[in-house]
Write a protein that binds this ligand. Structure first.
Ligand code: GDP
Ligand code: IMO
Ligand code: MG
Length: 423
């Protein structure tokens, strides 16, 4: 049985915490898309871990973690993470498998990502600069380098030269940058080529065999539904498919194997980088949310833009992902707010819109129609039972549920595993 966990907003919903919490009851945790643009935070015994590529289940001693074919892997970032984990006494070897088919992010991908975003001028996306879009571009242009190519020195060198042919032309003639030497990259990455070998297998075959044996798999989504290349706020999106459907492609498993889809939604909304965000709060209330919620990017450290919960987008996330249940995170952050708003519709040119519009002119310029509930002042970070939550907090949860049409089954009131209320 496979359960997929996805973000229902613009990323950073608290997927890392939720995956770590759910991982206790599964055998395998598998990442299926994105790359080191992700920053998934897990807090265990007051120690904070931020995962970029390694699945958020790695802290359990007896679970297997898989990086699937749909992920783009930056070896520098991967080995930094492995080293950090091993220094913290977490064993990674024999617990981590990496797909032969995953594509490798190399220095020119990161450089080009950063240069391209600068050259976009007004159309700047505010990418993480981790070479995500450029690695996926090469994958689709069929000049990418897969893990299986990377570990073979002849194939790697040959493919590196082909990839750099055009990149160096761009660097030199168009961007007026220095060109990159394939020999230098080859040498610099030799250590990673050797080290990665022990993790590499045919992960799709492995996962299918394990599923057949009755093992439970948790597919860990990165980013969020509205950063999805097809369904997000294009072009202000990432270059992969974070939605639940992406799990099949990014792991090589049949849609028939997916039994449950869990959406993670933050009790308010945040977004990093550029792009429309109708419920964004630009005054001191937004500042307060950022401060109390500690809303700074786990990957780039950038301040996250903050706003009210947008029920329209989460409802749409429910539809396209087929979400069975929602985990509502960071409810504790809303403690102390006098009134709490929920976006329940948009208004554009005097017309009311009740669905998420793909038209960016509408989404960028619409006015939000809000519903409002009274806030609460009680500390909820230690509440264990749903019924012990303040009445207004319950009212807020039930209002969200009603507007999105999906049941909220878990409520997170802090970054630790035990700060999770089962409903
Ligand atoms: P992800 O990318 O979806 O995994 O989310 P991030 O890790 O980037 O951001 C979520 C942040 O909120 C992290 O710092 C978490 O430790 C923290 N967090 C998760 N759940 C809760 C919660 O219920 N309450 C509070 N206060 N913090 C939380
Ligand atoms: P997790 O998994 C929040 C955003 C970037 C930028 C856009 C494109 O931690 O939720 P990219 O580098 O992917 O080409 O950048 O997507 N972005 C994220 N925002 N959380 C993430 O991941 C993100 N990954 C990418 O800020 O706006
Ligand atoms: Mg994050």
């Amino acid at each position: 049985m496979v359960t997929v966990v996805i973000g229902t907003q613009w990323g950073d919903e608290g997927k890392g915490k939720v995956i770590d919490y759910l991982a206790e009851n599964v055998d395998i945790i598998a990442r299926y898309q994105g790359g080191a643009n992700a920053g998934h935070t897990v807090v265990v015994n007051d120690k904070k871990f931020i995962f970029h590529l390694i699945p958020s289940g790695i802290l359990y001693p007896n679970k297997i973690c898989v990086i699937g074919n749909g992920v783009v892997i930056d070896p520098v970032s991967l080995f930094e993470e492995i080293e950090y984990l091993e220094k913290s006494g977490i064993d990674v070897e024999k617990k981590l498998f990496i797909s032969e088919n995953a594509h490798i992010t190399l220095p020119y991908h990161k450089l080009l990502d950063q240069i391209e975003d600068k050259f976009r001028g007004k159309g700047k996306l505010g990418t993480t600069g981790r070479g995500i879009g450029t690695t996926y571009t090469d994958k689709f242009a069929r000049i990418g380098i897969r893990v299986i190519d990377f570990v073979d020195e002849d194939v790697f060198m040959e493919k590196l030269k082909i990839a750099l042919e055009l990149k160096n032309y761009l660097f030199k003639e168009y961007y007026k940058e220095e060109i990159l030497s394939p020999e230098k990259i080859f040498k610099e990455y030799e250590i990673y080529r050797k080290e990665i070998k022990k993790f590499v297998i045919n992960t799709s075959l492995y996962l299918n065999e394990e599923i057949e044996k009755g093992k439970k798999v948790l597919a860990e989504g990165a980013q969020g539904t509205f950063l999805d290349i097809d369904f997000g706020t294009y072009p202000y999106v990432t270059a992969s498919n974070p939605i639940a459907g992406g799990a099949c492609i990014g792991l090589g498993i049949s849609p028939k194997k997916i039994k449950k889809i869990i959406g993670v939604a933050k009790a308010y909304t945040t977004r990093v980088g550029m792009g429309p965000f109708p419920t964004e709060i630009k005054d001191q209330i937004g500042e307060k949310l950022r401060k109390i919620g500690d809303e700074f990017g786990a990957t780039t450290g950038r301040p996250r833009r903050c706003g009210w919960f947008d029920a329209i987008i989460v409802k749409f996330a429910g539809i396209i992902n087929g979400i069975d249940e929602i985990v509502l995170t960071k409810l504790d952050v809303l403690t102390g707010f006098k009134n709490i708003k929920i976006g329940i519709g948009y208004k554009y040119n005097n017309k009311v819109i009740n669905e998420y519009p793909f038209n960016s002119k509408i989404f960028s310029n619409c006015e939000v129609i809000y519903d409002e509930v009274d806030g609460w002042d009680e500390d909820i970070s230690k509440v264990k039972k749903y019924n012990d939550l303040p009445e207004n907090a319950k009212r807020y949860i039930e209002k969200i549920e009603e507007k999105i049409g999906i049941r909220i089954t878990k409520i997170s009131t802090g970054s630790s595993r035990n700060q999770t209320i089962e409903r």
